[in-house]
Design a protein around this ligand. Sequence first.
Ligand code: GRF
Length: 220
Amino acid sequence: MKADQTPLPKILVLASGSGTNLQALIDASRERDFPGQIVAVGCNQPGAFALERAAQANIETFVVNHKNFESREEFDASLMAEILRYNPDVIVLAGFMRILTTDFVRAFRGKMLNIHPSLLPKYTGLNTHRRALEAGDTVHGVSIHFVTEELDGGPVIAQAEVSIAPDDTPESLAEKVQAREHILYPIVVRWFCEGRIQLGSDYVLFDGEPLNAPMRLPDN
Ligand code: GRF
């Protein structure tokens, strides 16, 4: 960043697990023209590999262990306090496996993105790959959406599809979907940092215009 430029938007990533999406974002953020900087990675699992990935990239980390709190409200209050220390422009949930309270979600309205491994509105919640297989679907995928009070229910910004093969298992499908996730999330975070996507009342604005349908990553 040159001294005469305004600072880049600050990205804070929350993760709980292996952090492959975090890694994709770290890699993208190293591109010279990436319009944002990852300022911190927060985690609710002390041993999560996501923390290791962040440390290797010299990104600050913090842990708020949900097991140390008696209620969701107390956990979220502590998480919020940590987040506010960094004053982020966007909070990117990348495999963050906690349900957030309404107050928390409202506090970051329009500034929080989530990645969900299904073609929303199909299969909110857990076990999406198994559920898609059990339903006999031939197409599955990933969605990135603004976080609102409704679990996995906020307006969808972008999706990418994968074909389901007859011999797919939940594991093989997860692998295919994750490959698409790692392409799609950096693209959407880039759009956000460039100011191209915003949350309207209950829809997404893309370049100032309401999005009629989610943006689609071209097929492989
Ligand atoms: C991803 O599949 C994402 O869709 C879901 O949780 C998983 C996180 O994986 N929300 P990782 O920690 O980024 O590897």
